[in-house]
Design a protein around this ligand. Structure first.
Ligand SMILES: *Cc1c(COP(=O)(O)O)cnc(C)c1O
Length: 365
């Protein structure tokens, strides 16, 4: 077996061997053992966000975008108006999904390097009472920016509107307490901070919103109300589940609990980011974002204008040394990104920094 590369990406990412090991068996999708595994999955997902009393966990086959599309089209009706808060590519994607579904959607935009301002959300909701739903990206993976969830959720709840939260790159690490923070629907996937393998998204949806969503979705396979009905009826998935992905995610959720839950995971990611940011700054690559809004998920770096820098060569040099970084996603500037999440620890980042130094010095691998 060849060694896997170290993935310094926002996902799929480096997984623990026990998580990959959990995939080495076959499961009958309608057998008791897999029904129990699905039940454990749904219970554990709710527990991560303390949503047991208020929300239902609805897993769905596919990547993260699939669950975003499923949730928007299950919860927002043609007669509704969705306000999308946008400061990066994933906010733009929510808007594009709403438009593709012919929904009435309006955008409130902030620059890519600035958090969404709750006061502007408040003013927008006050000025347009026809808005029925609000969508927010918790951590904007475009840059690694953390939006102020608690204050925005407070504003949205004050106006009596449901909040749909794309928590794809924050769920499992950044704090989210559904008993304290009013969020109607939380969307995330298996292969980011939960450190599972890709192939599964899930929504945690408030029971009342879910009950009101019967027959809203124009889609058969993306209808989360129907998907939920399927689980409630017999504990089974409506259509073929990615059984190995589910097994890996349950293993990864057990590991999250053993690690000490999201608090411990966040501390590890913060340590990774600190090591990375200090080292990269020393090597001439300061963080793009103000540290006050930088989430310990993925960091954006800009090459200094003073030194010639070619991303392809930099990428290849690091790849030869076993590290896969990620291209930038800024619309206006050259940049690259390095992820802090996955089964990675400070020592991995120290080895990465040594590799960066070698590549910059054009030393042979
Ligand atoms: C990863 C991610 C998604 C979903 O991306 P997929 O490639 O479809 O898995 C959506 N929103 C955010 C914020 C993300 O980080």
């Amino acid at each position: 077996m060849t060694d896997s590369p170290i993935l310094l990406t926002p996902g799929p990412l480096t997984t623990h061997p026990a998580t990959r090991q959990a995939m080495l068996r076959d499961w009958g999708s309608r057998d008791k053992a897999f029904i129990a595994l699905t039940a454990e999955l749904r219970t554990r997902l709710l527990a991560v966000a303390n949503g047991q009393a208020t929300h239902a966990a609805i897993p769905l086959q596919g990547s993260g975008t699939f669950i975003v599309e499923a949730a928007i089209s299950t919860l927002v009706r043609k007669t509704d108006r969705l306000l999308v808060l946008i400061n990066g590519a994933y906010g733009e994607r929510i808007l594009a999904i709403a438009q593709r579904h012919g929904l009435d959607a309006v955008a409130l935009r902030a620059p890519e390097d600035q958090a969404i301002d709750p006061a502007r959300v408040d003013a927008t909701l006050a000025a347009d009472p026809a808005i029925t739903h609000v969508a927010l990206v918790h951590c904007e993976t475009t840059t690694g920016l953390l939006n102020p969830l608690e204050s925005i959720a407070g504003v949205v709840a004050h106006h009596g509107k449901p909040l749909i939260l794309d928590a794809m790159s924050s769920f499992g690490a950044l704090p989210l307490d559904l008993a304290a923070t009013p969020v109607c629907a939380v969307l995330a996937s298996s292969n980011k901070c939960l450190e599972g393998v890709p192939g599964l998204g899930f929504a945690l949806i408030a029971h009342d919103a879910l009950a009101a969503a019967k027959g809203v979705s124009p889609s058969m396979s993306f209808d989360l109300h129907a998907q939920h009905q399927g689980f409630e009826a017999n504990g089974q998935w409506r259509f073929t589940p990615p059984v190995q992905v589910v097994a890996a995610l349950v293993e990864a959720l057990r590991a999250l609990e053993s690690e000490g839950g999201p608090t411990a995971r966040l501390a590890r990611y913060q340590d990774n980011l600190r090591t990375l940011a200090e080292g990269m700054t020393r090597l001439g690559f300061p963080l793009y974002l103000d540290p006050a809004i930088q989430a310990p998920i993925i960091a954006t770096f800009r090459p200094s204008p003073a030194r010639p820098f070619e991303f392809e060569a930099f990428y290849d040099g690091l790849a030869e040394r076993g590290f896969l970084i990620y291209p930038g996603k800024l619309t206006r500037e050259d940049s690259f990104r390095i992820g802090c999440i996955g089964d990675l620890h400070r020592a991995d980042f120290e080895r990465l920094l040594a590799a960066v130094e070698q590549v910059l010095a054009r030393e042979p691998a």
